[in-house]
Design a protein around this ligand. Structure first.
Ligand code: ADP
Ligand code: ADP
Length: 228
């Protein structure tokens, strides 16, 4: 079943002499449960594509569907992670993770239980009372991941989420993300310009080229790893 579908998506920024054709007629069908990495040189339209799927920006023409399961189903709200964790600095780690739970209208006892579970999921049990500035970059990004998971969405959109981290921390987070993706049966669209990172994570790699942004390769990767 299809979780995310782009058909004939074109995005033009600006107008007249300043117009930039960032994406030119992009078709992409992402199946539920797929881990897709979008790769390509800087400026090829990776972030643009992700922002359009997220609904953070509008297509110039074409259509984006995001249903998480079947295209007949209702639209889902995806989780989005950026290179910066964008935590609320004045809130504790637990309170940051609790924000989506409040938005979802969960009762206090349920929120507490879920925060504890999410902290465990990202291996941060015991850090709930800390503030973001007391944590390392990798830990902050794990808090951001927990907060995104608290949305309980089937689709994760990630724009170079580990790009600012050192290689060792990134390796650890790759392992964690892979485990969480598998356990929660998530559909992931992951932007990176790091081909090694894509090879490590993806079961499908989509390569974009720039001027104009188009898909020039779309390859399934057979990754030897425990499957669901
Ligand atoms: P990345 O390569 O990680 O996508 P960029 O530096 O290309 O980062 O873009 C960072 C932000 O700046 C994005 O939100 C993007 O939409 C915006 N941006 C990129 N290029 C331009 C531009 N020419 N004019 C205005 N905004 C831009
Ligand atoms: P990538 O994420 O692959 O680095 P982007 O999606 O950020 O690429 O950018 C694709 C193209 O669109 C680039 O030429 C970039 O400069 C341009 N662009 C991105 N955002 C904007 C914007 N807000 N305004 C104008 N041009 C933009």
């Amino acid at each position: 079943t299809t979780a995310v579908a782009l058909s004939g998506v074109t995005k033009v920024y600006g107008r007249g002499d300043n117009a930039v054709l960032a994406l030119d007629g992009v078709d992409l069908d992402v199946r539920a449960g797929e881990f897709v990495c979008l790769v390509g040189a800087s400026g090829c339209g990776k972030s643009t594509l992700l922002n359009l799927v997220a609904g953070l920006d509008q297509v110039t023409s074409g259509a984006v569907q995001l249903t998480g399961d079947s295209l007949d189903g209702p639209a889902v709200r995806p989780g989005f992670m950026f290179q910066e964790p964008a935590l609320f600095p004045w809130l504790t780690v637990a309170a940051n993770i609790e924000v989506p739970l409040k938005l979802r209208g969960l009762a206090r006892a349920d929120r507490r239980a879920q925060v504890a579970e999410l902290l465990e999921t990202v291996h941060l049990t015991g850090f709930g009372r800390h503030r973001p500035h007391e944590l390392s970059g990798g830990m902050r990004q794990r808090v951001a991941l927990a907060r995104t998971l608290a949305l309980d969405t089937p689709v994760l959109l990630m724009d170079e989420p580990f790009g600012a981290l050192d290689a060792m921390t990134r390796d650890l987070l790759h392992d964690e993300l892979e485990r969480i993706w598998s356990q929660r049966r998530l559909t992931v669209l992951f932007v990176t310009h790091n081909v090694r990172e894509a090879a490590r994570l993806a079961d499908r790699i989509v390569l974009l080229s720039s001027r104009p942004g188009r898909i020039i390769h779309d390859t399934r990767v057979d990754v030897p790893r425990p499957r669901r």
